[in-house]
Design a protein around this ligand. Sequence first.
Ligand SMILES: NC(=O)C1=CN([C@@H]2O[C@H](COP(=O)(O)OP(=O)(O)OC[C@H]3O[C@@H](n4cnc5c(N)ncnc54)[C@H](O)[C@@H]3O)[C@@H](O)[C@H]2O)C=CC1
Ligand SMILES: O=C(O)C(=O)COP(=O)(O)O
Length: 526
Amino acid sequence: MKVLVSEQIAQKGIEKLTQEGVNVDVKPGLPREELLSIIGEYDGLIVRSNTKVNEELYQKAAKLKVVGRAGNGVDNIEMEGATKRGIIVVNTPESNVVSAAELTIGLLFATCRNIPQLHNRLKERLWDRSGLKGMELQGKTVGIVGLGRIGSLVATRLKSFGMTIIAYDPYISDTRFQKLGVEKKETLDELMSQCDILTIHTPKTEETYGMIGKEQFKVAKKGLTVINCARAGLINEAALMEALKAKIVKRAGIDVLEGEPHATSPLLEFDNVIVTPHAGADTVEAQDNVGITVAQEVVSALRGEMVPNAVNLPTLPVQELDVIQAYLRLGEIMGKMYYQLEKEAVEKVEIIYQGEVASLETPVISLAILKGLFEPVLKERVNYVNAQLIAKNRSVKVTESKESTADNYLTLITLKVMSKGKVFTISGTTFAKGEPRIVEINGYEFDVNPTPYMLIAENIDKPGVVGQMGTLLGAGKVNIATMQLGRNFTDQQAMMVLAVDSEVSRETLQFLSGIEGILRVRFVKI
Ligand SMILES: NC(=O)C1=CN([C@@H]2O[C@H](COP(=O)(O)OP(=O)(O)OC[C@H]3O[C@@H](n4cnc5c(N)ncnc54)[C@H](O)[C@@H]3O)[C@@H](O)[C@H]2O)C=CC1
Ligand SMILES: O=C(O)C(=O)COP(=O)(O)O
């Protein structure tokens, strides 16, 4: 496993990667051309906010399997290009939020009390407070746009300063607002017209980019303080400068600049604007957290394991990870069986979750099933990230349903694969310690512990067939580990599932197919 770290991350993160056997190259500040010329050698790439991970890079990154964002915002990573190539994108959304919230509050104090300006005067050996009277926070109203992780940390902290907190976030429930003791504003204009301090904490998306512009400053209270510790461009920089000149905005604290990284922003011309170079996550604690977390995630992704913070996968609560792993394994095995047993193109896939499994994050189990389903025909080109897209591109309709109970089982997954005029079914459950069990194939009932090599045969239910199977496998030097029979009394047919210790040659398979009473025999590899 070879990983390139293209920006500075904590040493603890690098150590973690090395301990896990990863071959790491740390090259912060690598010129773009050089990055593009070497990225083809790497399985993983770890970035912060400066590296643009886009189509240009993906086209040169033939081996890339994972992009780790050592931080929160992923707006520098093009998701579509990653997803269609099956590249998993992971980030560390929780690891630096306290630092970002604390810098927001730091900028608020610094701007409201002119701390950097006063400090600069003293550095010039001037004892002079004139013209730099500050503003108290107590009794003021702060307007938060985006009441997510960082927005809510800012809200709870500012409450202790005796401030009124209002927020605009149409995607947050009323209950959450009440829990945080924050007054909900239905429109951005309403918030703009009521707050003394504006702080924004949304992600950068098509919807939020430029959401605070000329029109919003028109309805703002005169003398507004503006803080942006989220992303450049959420507050239009040109509109902000106009509002500063028109004295609508009295002061601003900005951590993120259009076109960063650069030290030439026109905002630097304003004495009442404090600018920091995207330092929100730059604390020892946040960087250690971020570095270690991203290293763990990248290693897991490279090993093909499920990663809780995968951005281009369904979200997976960390507490469900252990339980769900067993179902992922089961789902993948069930999916893998289809193309090894049937040769008909899939048209529709129906997945039914019953009992305990129905209460879990099932979309990710469905991905495991789809991954398994397509793997025998697409090999390593299919993974959790692109499995759904592959189904869509092959016009395979996928439906999922849930029932809270299952007949005879505590938990059960049933996969129905519809092809032209045919329905293939397979059901599985998990036992204690998460062991997978196949309990049904095409109506035949079993209790099979799936093993790497299996033979699955359909036969006429009559004496002698099983014995001949054993004899011919023995002659082919294939050892049988276990054997199970599922019987269908209505049409006198049966299905045999044999776990064998080694691969079965084509020749042996042909002999097995020739046994009188054998209708069909297939070798299945898990
Ligand atoms: N300056 C720095 O170094 C750092 C900056 N950040 C940035 O801080 C921002 C916030 O991060 P988190 O709190 O972790 O994100 P989050 O995803 O937890 O919260 C974002 C909130 O914005 C809301 N939102 C989305 N669209 C909206 C809209 N149109 N109007 C109003 N609200 C909207 C969402 O509902 C959500 O509640 C992100 O842009 C992130 O990249 C994060 C860490 C460090
Ligand atoms: O985590 C984030 O979203 C940040 O903005 C931090 O960016 P950085 O990793 O410090 O370049």
